[in-house]
Design a binder for this molecule. Structure first.
Ligand code: 7TS
Length: 416
């Protein structure tokens, strides 16, 4: 297959025109091929303009001022919450908590729900595939409470092995915390099956949606998870803003996370009463511009269509895997394209992944190399590090060709 034969449901060329960064060169004379989308995505003009417009025209703090600017800022910030609630089909805007990102959302659940519900001998079930953000908070909680951590194994092929799930769920399992899509391999995990089994066993379920919410349609009611954490910056939004979705009954019962302004209804010297949802979990002045920017980002994604974005990425991934498999000495990690979205991680015998990434950078191809904050998964894969190319809605088949060409050049430099 060659790049001109790829059938995409998107007009990625037209989409690219909305992203100013994609028009630049990596360095003078070297076109930029941005394939580091799993780390962070680029931002379209409407998102950049919404942030500029906020600071230029109605910058004010939210929820407190009676003046016109504060009212406008509050309407825009809370309007963004409504857009995000609709984007993931939450049953209420009260279930959408603004955070700094996925990491904070998971820590919020571990610190509040976890501290209140996990005791000595209880079990926290997660997987060997997780990003450190969905592992370390549970380690901290388990250490503090004397709880047991259990792991759904990952196979060398980069999938979860669910054959022992019933046994792993046997006993006092209180929470199951699983990533939806692997940031290293792109594997789409069968979360519906895991959620249903966990619920049958009486556990609540947190899904790390950092790599799924940006790339596919997500309906929290249909999937039935109790918590879903994701980051704005991986889905065309700004950095420093993310979302924790939580089922209302659970959020109502949970103690607050941080104390301070905005999260209280009434304060006396010795005690306080908490504000209602979602503000109970949003202490202090929030990232107002970030929330507004993320609202515009989800509108942008919805206008294009999440089904189409997923199909486009899967086309690109299938093509990338086919081309990569033709490179002598190159090993691609993870399952076949139909079980993945948007990620291709690989190693070349005799060339360290960091050297590979540097040589690709010399050709303008931006990728990430290392353990991608998933060291336990790399132990399973038997590779301390990989080089990762990750795609998004604006990537083109020709950029896969550029990646492959740059890999051949890197090999030639090392006489491989
Ligand atoms: N969970 C997953 C699956 C992730 O991929 C990431 C970030 C996080 C959690 C943490 O998100 P944050 O926005 O709170 O930092 N992953 C990556 C990556 O793969 N390369 O850079 C960041």
């Amino acid at each position: 297959m060659c790049s001109s034969e790829i059938q995409s449901p998107l007009d990625a060329e037209a989409i690219r025109a909305d992203f100013p960064v994609l028009g630049r060169e990596a360095r003078p004379g070297v076109p930029l091929v941005y394939l580091d989308n799993a780390a962070t995505s680029q931002k379209p003009r409407p998102v950049i303009e919404a942030i500029e417009h906020f600071y230029s025209h109605y910058n004010a703090n939210v929820h407190r001022g009676i003046h016109a600017l504060s009212e406008e800022a509050t309407i825009a910030y809370e309007g963004a919450r409504d857009k995000i609630a609709a984007f993931i089909n939450a049953s209420s805007r009260k279930e959408v908590i603004f955070t700094r990102g996925t990491t904070e959302g998971i820590n919020l659940v571990a610190s509040t729900w976890g501290r209140a519900n996990i005791g000595p001998g209880d079990v926290i079930l997660t997987t060997q595939m997780e990003h450190h953000s969905n592992l370390v908070p549970w380690q901290l909680l388990a250490q503090e409470k004397g709880a047991e951590l259990r792991f759904i194994p990952a196979t060398q092929e980069g999938e979860l092995d669910l054959s022992g799930l019933d046994d792993l769920l046997d006993g006092p399992v209180k929470i199951v915390a699983v990533m939806h899509v692997s940031n290293v391999l792109g594997t789409i995990n069968p979360i519906k099956q895991i959620i249903d089994k966990a619920h049958q066993a009486g556990a609540v379920v947190l899904i790390d949606g950092a790599q799924s919410v940006p790339h596919m349609p997500i309906d929290v009611q249909e999937l039935g998870m109790d918590f879903l954490a994701f980051s704005g910056h991986k889905m065309l939004g700004p950095t420093g803003i993310g979302v924790l979705y939580g089922r209302r009954e659970l959020l109502e019962e949970m103690p607050p996370y941080m104390g301070g302004g905005d999260m209280i209804r009434r304060v006396e010297l010795s005690h306080s009463e908490w504000n209602e949802l979602p503000w109970k979990f949003e202490a202090g002045t929030p990232n107002i511009a970030g929330g507004i920017g993320l609202g515009v980002a989800v509108e942008y994604l919805s206008r294009i269509g999440m089904e189409k974005i997923l199909a486009h990425e899967q086309e690109l991934t299938a093509y990338a895997l086919e081309r990569l498999s033709e490179v002598p000495g190159l090993k691609v990690y993870g399952p076949p394209a139909e079980k993945k979205c948007g990620v291709a991680s690989f190693c070349i015998e005799g060339l360290h992944p960091h050297d590979m990434a540097q040589l690709l950078d010399a050709e303008g191809v931006a990728v990430r190399a290392g353990h991608h904050c998933a060291q336990p998964l790399h132990m399973v894969l038997g590779a301390p590090a990989t080089t990762r190319a990750s795609f998004y809605l604006y990537n083109l088949p020709g950029e896969v060709d550029a990646l492959i060409e740059a890999i051949y050049k890197a090999k030639a430099r090392f006489s491989l």
